[in-house]
Design a protein around this ligand. Structure first.
Ligand code: F0G
Length: 468
């Protein structure tokens, strides 16, 4: 019998799932998209989801649930009080996060709202590596100040620091000692860290930094809360990049990380594989009691919060699945793959690529377009027109300001391409890279935009624009 030699290269990383249930995506022609974009006033937030071929607007609530999650949904116990599904959810959150009190909410910002209502207030300062928009809004809504203390390397898009989400401990120490213009001392009710740092590019925080921040806050008697939306992705980066963690499982790493904290806020729409869900977890009995009292006002009874029993089942299952090494390897490799393809083409992105998204530097993509003509918005529009792909502008439409009719640009012009979990295949990612590659070849032809109508705050959601 002859020996057959197969020299086919084995792909090192493949999607670690097979597909049981599919959803068609809608193809449109360029002419159709041209009209859709005009009708949407050059703002992709105003485009219908059905008119998008590949939607990279967010990784939040857009994950594909597994067969086991859908199966768990059927076992949901919808008892108003003392639901079995809550018990399962609580046990799973305790197992990974280790906190005594688990308070379910309908999503992350509901947990933030409750926490900030208790600890916030005028004159207070809440430090974080980088507050996400909803966290900042919930802090500021109470009259408190939301302070970002990310390390300087985290602000430089080209810096290759392995943990660009780290919080600058020296700055935190100074804040604790001398205050922020005399305000800090005694005015800091909690300290936070966000893993991964979404606002800074999905960048991870090291275990060493979590430990140091924890020690610094605990010495001052200040509770330490982790915004843990993308905790599994963060744990994976620690495993890959931090000495001493290569042999630990993502779950062991997550458990250690949370052991240094006094509580967590969580959006299970990210690393919970949920389409909805969140929680606030705390160790302190008194804080937890106050939180549960507020929970009942707006979210619901403490054994379901803002969720149905079936949601709690699916989320408990999701929390197990998100820590799977094959999943996390594929997840981060997919982001890296897209990032590398774009970089090879010459597109400038925030380096190194983070855990859930690629952030493109539109300022350097369209150097001919000034911030006041919204280069990152031009990019998201061209991306839709060219390929039916939707990304999100994080630039002067989102963070710039119009004062007395004059536009003031933001300090960065980024486009976030966030990948929903377990939704798109490598062929989809190749297509995204090909479309951007074509845009790159035609980049000199692009022209700027102007805003013709805007709301007084959070204008990016509803702003109407037109080509200049
Ligand atoms: N914290 C971080 C770091 C987030 O990224 C988000 C949401 C939240 C809190 C709030 O959670 O949406 O469940 O209320 N980020 C989404 C995004 C919206 O697209 O990045 P939520």
């Amino acid at each position: 019998m002859g020996q057959l030699e197969y020299n086919l290269p084995m792909p090192e990383i493949i999607e670690p799932f097979r597909i049981k249930s599919v959803e068609p995506i809608r193809f449109t022609t360029r002419e159709q998209r041209d009209k859709i974009l005009k009708d949407a006033k050059y703002n992709p937030f105003l485009i219908d989801g059905d008119d998008v071929l590949i939607d990279l607007l967010t990784d939040s609530g857009t994950s594909a649930m597994s067969a086991a999650q859908w199966g768990a949904i059927m076992t949901g116990d919808e008892s108003y009080a003392g639901s079995r599904s809550f018990k399962r959810f609580e046990a799973k959150v305790r197992e990974i996060f280790g906190f005594k009190h688990v308070i379910p909410t309908h999503q992350g910002r509901a947990a933030e709202k409750i926490l900030m209502a208790i600890v916030g207030g005028a004159g207070k300062i809440i430090p974080n590596n980088h507050h996400f928009d909803t966290t900042r809004a919930n802090v500021e809504f109470t009259g408190a100040q939301a302070l970002d203390l990310v390390i300087d390397e985290g602000k430089d898009p080209d810096n290759l620091h392995p943990f660009k989400g780290n919080l600058d401990v020296a700055k935190l120490q100074r804040l604790l000692e001398t205050g922020n213009g005399g305000l800090g001392k005694g005015q800091i009710p909690i300290g936070m860290i966000t893993v991964t740092n979404n606002t800074g590019g999905g960048q991870p925080v090291s275990m060493a930094n979590v430990k140091e921040v924890s020690a610094t806050l605990r010495k001052a008697g200040i509770p330490f809360i982790i915004d843990s939306c993308r905790f599994a992705e963060n744990a994976w980066f620690i495993k890959q990049r931090e000495p001493g963690y290569a042999d630990k499982t993502p779950k062991e790493i997550a458990q250690e990380m949370f052991s240094y904290a006094d509580g967590a806020t969580m959006s299970l729409k990210k690393d919970g594989f949920g389409n909805i869900g969140g929680f606030l977890a705390l160790n302190d009995d008194e804080l937890a009691e106050q939180a549960r009292n507020l929970l009942i006002l707006t979210e619901g009874f403490p054994t379901y919060g803002g969720l149905a029993g079936r949601d709690l089942e699916a989320l408990a299952q999701g929390l197990d699945e998100v820590l799977d090494e094959h999943y996390l390897e594929d997840r981060t490799a997919t982001i890296r793959y897209l990032a590398n393809k774009l970089t090879e083409k010459g597109v400038k992105i925030v380096q190194p690529p983070g855990g859930h998204a690629v952030y493109i530097d539109a300022k350097r993509f369209y150097p001919q377009i000034p911030a006041t003509q919204f280069p990152a918005q031009v990019f998201v529009n061209e991306l839709y027109l060219e390929g039916g792909i939707r990304g999100v502008e994080i630039g002067s439409v989102m963070f710039g300001k119009c004062v007395d009719g004059v536009e003031h640009g933001a300090d960065r012009e980024l486009v976030r391409l966030a990948l929903p979990r377990r939704v798109y295949t490598q062929a989809h990612v190749n297509y995204v890279a090909d479309v951007i590659s074509e845009m790159y070849d035609k980049r000199e032809e692009a022209i700027g935009l102007k805003i013709v109508k805007q709301a007084p705050f959070l204008r990016h959601f509803t702003a109407e624009l037109a080509p200049v």
